[in-house]
Write a protein that binds this ligand. Structure first.
Ligand SMILES: *[C@@H]1O[C@H](CO)[C@@H](O)[C@H](O)[C@H]1NC(C)=O
Ligand SMILES: *[C@@H]1O[C@H](CO)[C@@H](O)[C@H](O)[C@H]1NC(C)=O
Ligand SMILES: *[C@@H]1O[C@H](CO)[C@@H](O)[C@H](O)[C@H]1NC(C)=O
Length: 384
């Protein structure tokens, strides 16, 4: 390259100036443009890496640590073992190992298997119409029968009828759903971005939303057990603002409660309804239809799940199977060790052990079986 001065000198010496000067200017302009472009590109690179760091926690920025995939034969074998094995015969350690191995097998959706279970669920339970108590499926003067106590009923008064949404929340099919359990396996999972990309996100029992790198930020429906309102928010007899602050973290999702499962908890679920209403919240309280839950329990009993009452995880997974074309489960893992044997918390946000009998193994076994059949995707490893 010629030095700058030289070029300038050359320009002065030229006898036929017109063309050469234009050429020099053109060069300078090009050079200027080039510098500007370089500046712009480096700005963009710096900005991008900055925002990326802002978006993802440090532990999510590591290189891809995914182990190599297992051979196709091995994968097929594991899937076969799980598909044909029975819940009573499989040991927890064995299941843990299978799930670990399965995470190294490619997962692909089996559309016909999903359609088969979906049409069975639609026939028995029909989530699109009966998932919630609505003004459409319940009339004034009807009696709603309690799920767990068939002798107890509640009459639908005009006031009660007005509390119900006009129609179900599921008016049209949904492409992809994330069902996000609260298991400790979710902590440090870095699955937040992936969860937020789902079209519809289900969450359970008003969980803390301040781990968004792992859990995501988006919620379309969140359940609330009456006990959390009774215990943590004194049945809303005292200050209600803290409860409203919690509810707000799920905006704009409706709060789903089982008002008609146990007669003793109807009151507190209505209290939640009135509290949201009086605070002018845009969020609604919606109620499971007890008949829907009864029918689901019958369906699963016929399909090998003998429990007194389905877990809320299992209820929502069943609902998702009916209305979503793709269902991915996150944070469902009932063991106190991850797939590598490392101890994990009970919940992603604390280490309070669950009630005895809750989060039991049958659920996990059936989720694993559905994963093997290509019906749902069970995500237990980190998301990259
Ligand atoms: C998909 O599931 C059906 C059963 O519903 C089964 O017959 C078929 O072999 C499965 N397809 C694959 C590719 O696994
Ligand atoms: C609801 O129950 C009451 C008795 O508790 C009965 O008189 C009434 O006819 C019932 N309504 C319907 C629609 O079945
Ligand atoms: C999230 O909030 C809870 C209180 O609700 C707190 O105990 C916990 O430390 C917070 N965690 C993070 C990562 O901010």
């Amino acid at each position: 390259m010629k030095p700058r001065g030289g070029k300038r000198g050359a320009a002065r010496d030229l006898t036929g100036p017109g063309r050469s000067i234009t050429m020099i200017y053109r060069r300078r302009i090009l050079k200027g443009l080039l510098y500007f472009l370089m500046f712009f590109v480096s700005c963009a690179v710096i900005y991008n890496s900055y925002t990326k760091k802002q978006r993802r926690a440090p532990y999510c920025l590591g290189t891809n640590e995914e182990p190599p995939p297992l051979p196709a034969d091995t994968c097929r074998n594991i899937k076969n073992i799980i598909t044909i094995s029975q819940i009573k015969k499989i040991k927890s350690d064995e299941l843990r190992k299978h799930v670990k191995d399965l995470q190294r097998c490619p997962w692909s959706r089996n559309a016909s298997a999903l359609m088969a279970i979906r049409s069975e669920l639609q026939a028995c339970c029909d989530a699109a119409r009966y998932f919630l108590v609505t003004q459409e499926n319940t009339q004034i003067g009807d009696n709603i029968t309690y799920e767990t106590q068939k002798s107890r009923q509640i009459v639908v008064t005009e006031t009660l009828h007005k509390m119900f949404p006009k129609t179900s929340v599921f008016n049209k099919p949904i492409r992809s759903c994330a069902v996000v359990g609260n298991g400790g396996i979710l902590r440090n999972s870095c699955c937040g971005a992936e969860i937020d990309r789902a079209d519809y996100v289900f969450r359970f029992n008003l969980p803390p939303m301040n781990y968004s790198d792992d859990t995501g930020r988006k919620t379309n429906l969140v359940t609330a057990n009456p006990s959390i309102v009774s215990k943590r928010y004194s049945r809303l007899h005292e200050r209600r603002r803290p409860f409203m602050d919690l509810v707000k973290t799920f905006e704009p999702a409706p709060i789903l409660m089982a008002a008609f499962s146990y007669p003793g908890t109807t009151d507190v679920t209505f209290k939640v309804f009135y509290t949201l209403d009086e605070f002018g919240s845009q969020q609604k309280v919606v109620y499971y239809h007890p008949n829907y839950l009864t029918n689901l329990a019958v369906y699963w009993k016929e399909n090998g799940i003998a429990v007194r009452r389905l877990s809320s995880g299992f209820m929502i997974v069943s609902t998702a199977l009916e209305i979503c074309d793709k269902v991915t489960l996150y944070g469902f893992w009932p063991f106190d060790q991850d797939t590598n044997g490392k101890p994990i918390l009970h919940h992603y946000y604390d280490n309070m052990p669950p009630k005895r009998g809750a989060h039991s193994m049958p659920d996990e076994f059936f989720y694993t079986q559905m994963h093997s059949k290509g019906i749902v995707k069970l995500q237990v490893e980190k998301c990259f």
